[in-house]
Design a protein around this ligand. Sequence first.
Ligand code: GDP
Length: 193
Amino acid sequence: MKVNQAEFVISAVKPEQYPDAGLPEFALAGRSNVGKSSFINKMVNRKSLARTSSKPGKTQTLNFYKINEVLFFVDVPGYGYAKVSKKEREAWGKMIERYMTGRAGLKAVLLIIDLRHAPTDDDKMMYNFLKYYNIPSIVIATKADKIPRGRWDKHKKIVRETLKMEKDEPLILFSAETGLGVEETWAEIEKFM
Ligand code: GDP
């Protein structure tokens, strides 16, 4: 998809604050600092639509971005940030659960992980949560530019095995530096529209 328009619409914590339903929504989940903001910015071809984090774990809201007037990206606050209190973590969990299990317009969750490392326990928890609720997921392994091409397959295999992904499930290599994976990700998203 060629993106001509991308705008921040609203930050929300609870359903009353979500924007009017109607457009398909694609949520972005990942541990803090994984490269989620950079992913969004690259996908919509903008330098700083989504804030790249200087303070990981600080944005505890769902941020809705409208793209080309046809869909929403919903940025979910990053997980796994050590300095978050138990209380904050619980509030985060409730907010995510309410949104992901209750939002009719949610078509799929793009789970952003770091290609360089095996998925963390938090990544596994998020992935298993999506499976449990039958929420379609698209796994995106970002920062691919930091791994030599010759080792991509090995790293992909580790990701698939750690998450116990089905063979036919998409795993997309991405780089916010080079733009690798942008077209492929849009193609996966468009399958849900
Ligand atoms: P967020 O906390 O998940 O939103 O992560 P950010 O988008 O702020 O990225 C965290 C750091 O990783 C920043 O320093 C980015 O420049 C860097 N980064 C993000 N994506 C990539 C990528 O694809 N390749 C490389 N080399 N660095 C990346």
